[in-house]
Each structure stands twice: as C-alpha cells, then as structure tokens.
Design a protein around this ligand. Structure first.
Ligand SMILES: Nc1ncnc2c1ncn2[C@@H]1O[C@H](COP(=O)(O)OP(=O)(O)O)[C@@H](O)[C@H]1O
Ligand SMILES: O=C(OP(=O)(O)O)[C@H](O)COP(=O)(O)O
Length: 403
C-alpha cells in the first residue's frame, strides 16, 4: 500500500487530490455532537493542503436513500473541518454536478473543498457493478489523485471506496495507516484473555462477525440492540426490542458452538425496559423499569443492560489482557440509558491490558460520557470496519489501495 508520505515526496502542488474520508458524525439537527471523525482526517487534509494540493474531501453521512436529503447534508461537517483547519473550506451542494465542478475548478493551490454526501447518489452504494462504475467514473473526473482515509467505511464495497481508487493513482492517508497498524497487533499477537464486547444498533451487519470471533476471542459480552436476538434465540420474550428475526437460527448455532469450544458467551441477565424509545431531543425522563432478561413484557423495549449485568460485564473485563469493544450497551444518548455503556467504558479503563474501542457511536459515547481518550489503548473511528478486519476479512477499501 503506498502511503501519503510517498505522494508528498512525489509532489502534489497544483494536483486535485480526492480524499475519501469518513465524516459520518452524530448530529442533533445540524449540530455535531462529536467531531472525532472530522478531527481524525485533519492530519491528512492539512498535509496535502500545506503541500499545495487542491483537496477535495468526500464522505457519506448516515444512510440516505440514494437521493438528496437535507437531514443528511455534509454542510455542518464542512464548516467544522474549516474551523479545525483554521482555513476557509468551500462546500459543493452536490457531488458530481455543476456545483461540485465549479467548486473544484475554483480551488486554489492549498485550498480545501467538501463535496455533498456521496450517498445522495444511488451509484455510491449500488450492488450493481456497472452502476457503481458509472458513478466512480464521474467522481474520477473531479480529481487527479485518490487518497483513502475513511477507515470507518473501508468494509463497504462502495463506488468511492472500492471503484474510484482503481481509476486514479491511489495512496493511504495517515488515519488508515494508523488504524491498520493498531488492529494488526490484535490479529498478529493477541494477548489473552481476549475479551470482545459487542452492542449497538447495526445488528444485522455485526451478528455475522460473531461466527469468526468465536474462533478467536476467549469471552464475548453481548449488549445493546444485539442482545435481544440472543435472548430470543434462547426462547425468551423480547417484547418490541430490536430483533433480527432471520438470524435467530444462526445465533442459536453460535450459542451451541461457544459452549462446545469453551468460549464464554455472556448475555444480559437484566435489562432496562420502557414502552417506547426515549426522546433524544428533549431528553425527557424515560422512567424505565428494570426486569430480568427472561421477563421482558410483550409491549416493552429493551434499551440498556441492567445493574446486575453491568457488574457482571465489569467482572468479565477485569482480568482482560486484550479488549475490543464495539457498540454501545444501550441508548447512551439518553441519560436514563447511559449507565450500561458507562460501566463497560469504565471497565475498559480499569482493565490491565490493551483496550480498543471501535465505532462512530462507541467512540462518541466514551467522549460524550466524559472519559479521557488517553485512558484507552486506541479509539478506532470504525466499528464495522475494525470488526471485519479482526475477522480476517479482505476489506474492499484496503484491497483497492493495495492493488
Ligand atoms: N437496546 C438498544 N435498542 C436500540 N438502539 C440501541 C440499543 N442499544 C444501543 N443502541 C444504539 O446503538 C447505536 C450505535 O450503534 P452502532 O452504529 O452499531 O455502533 P458504532 O457506531 O459504535 O459501530 C446508538 O445510537 C445507540 O443508541
Ligand atoms: O458509522 C460507520 O460505521 P460504524 O457504525 O460501524 O462505526 C461508518 O461511517 C460506516 O457507515 P455505514 O455502516 O452506514 O456504512
């Protein structure tokens, strides 16, 4: 994989450099609640701009449906990038249209622009190779060089991640180089006990990862929205909690295999439930009830792990030599459901070994809940990406940079 340092030594002055970043930050309306992913790409953007490149920063944000949707605009992220760089950052209101063309052709040497959300175009995420290729061709028209630095999206076979680098000279940015360096340590020389904690809401994506992790980790702690498919697989009622119905048979097989292979698969023993999802805007009191994991009422939703589970998970992390954690244990954005995530974060801080937190929301959670970033071994900007890396999978966005 060629790195940005090689690009800089070849000279980039006057060149249009397309930086595929991951600026998928949590938003409250147009307010960024955690800018970690924007800060993470600043070293790459700054190095290129300082060397006289014309820098085009591109990213997805959220999961819009292949058409413009103002709720997912990258405009707030562009403004924040400008503040962090201490420089003007131009913003194009489309991705490959007249606005993008005008903004890019107006860039001076050392200038930086952000183009609008890549996922406003159906070609970005299309499963159809030709549709993705057509979009990648149009993106390629904007630039002379490609720098991949959106680590959080390297597991996606998307046009800007996989197809575009094949069309331009391509290099890995500083963030990707750092992330891969740390995760490599977890695959090459993992110290045991190795504990993996999984939660969050992207259940369908992340359940599949457990198949491989069962052969690697000593202990798996399951929380967040992921827990309810496990509880259902054990035959419990989960009410209106997040559930991946089609994966119940697979999860039943995981539970059996864990037992056979001597992997400790630890599930919540109690959970916080409420009749409805909390209001994250007003943060109005949610008044949850604590119930045993096998006694979730049919009309209620599980929204955090309970106090007994918090203690149990902390004890399972207390002797860990290596920890990888992805996915909040509950809806931490609401104070009534933040305790599970806080307890696991604190247990990582207290664990004697090397700890890695991965994922946009998990990283945001540890920071917004007041933890010191330096108390963790590494905070990765990618959740799904780091999990798939640890699985040993070939990640499209890394493979494309290696070609
Ligand atoms: N029990 C739950 N039910 C619904 N959503 C949950 C639950 N527990 C956690 N979440 C949500 O999961 C989201 C983060 O999930 P995910 O995107 O998978 O994590 P990451 O970005 O760290 O990879 C958070 O917004 C949180 O509110
Ligand atoms: O937030 C992200 O991943 P993560 O939640 O697994 O950390 C990335 O920006 C990828 O987004 P996606 O899962 O919508 O492709």
């Amino acid at each position: 994989m060629k790195t940005i340092d090689e690009l800089l030594s070849e000279g980039v002055a006057g060149k249009r450099v397309f930086v595929r970043a991951d600026l998928n930050v949590p938003l409250d309306g147009t307010t960024i609640t955690d800018d970690g992913r924007i800060r993470a790409v600043v070293p790459t953007v700054k190095a290129l701009a300082d060397a006289g490149a014309r820098v085009i920063v591109a990213s997805h944000l959220g999961r819009p449906k292949g058409a413009p949707d103002p709720a997912f605009s990258l405009a707030p992220a562009a403004a924040r990038l400008g503040e962090l760089l201490g420089a003007d950052v131009a913003f194009a209101e489309d991705t490959v249209g007249t606005s993008a063309e005008a903004v890019v052709s107006g860039l001076a040497d050392g200038g930086v622009a952000v183009i609008e959300n890549l996922r406003f175009n159906a070609g970005e995420t299309s499963k159809d190779d030709a549709e993705r290729a057509a979009f990648a061709d149009r993106l390629a028209g904007l630039a002379d060089v490609y720098v991949g630095d959106g680590f959080g999206a390297v597991h996606r076979k998307h046009a800007s991640v996989f197809d575009l680098p094949k069309r331009l000279p391509h290099y890995a940015g500083y963030l990707i180089a750092t992330e891969v360096g740390v995760l490599k340590k977890l695959t090459d020389d993992v110290q045991r006990p190795y504990v993996v904690a999984l939660g969050g809401a992207k259940v369908s994506d992340k359940l599949a990862v457990i198949d491989q992790l069962l052969g690697k980790a000593d202990r798996l702690l399951i929380g967040g929205g992921m827990a309810y498919t496990f509880l259902k697989a054990k035959g419990y009622e989960v009410g209106i909690s997040l559930l991946q119905e089609d994966q119940i048979p697979a999860v039943q097989e995981y539970i059996e295999r864990a037992e056979k292979n001597g992997v400790e698969l630890v599930l919540p023993v109690d959970v916080l439930v409420a009749p409805e999802f909390p209001d994250l805007k007003t943060k109005a009191p949610a008044n949850p009830t604590t119930v045993a994991a096998d006694a979730i009422p049919a009309d209620q939703e599980g929204l955090d792990i309970g106090p007994v589970t918090r203690k149990l998970y902390a004890s399972k992390l207390a002797d860990a030599a290596t920890v990888f954690w992805n996915g909040p244990m509950g809806v931490f954005e609401h104070p009534d459901y933040a305790e599970g995530t806080k307890a696991v974060a604190q247990a990582l801080v207290d664990a004697p070994g090397f700890t890695v937190v991965g994922g946009g929301d998990s990283a945001a959670a540890v920071r917004t809940l007041g933890f010191d970033e330096n108390a963790f071994g590494h905070i990765s900007t990618g959740g799904g990406a780091s999990l798939e890396y640890l699985e040993g999978k070939t990640l499209p966005g890394l493979a494309a940079l290696e070609d």
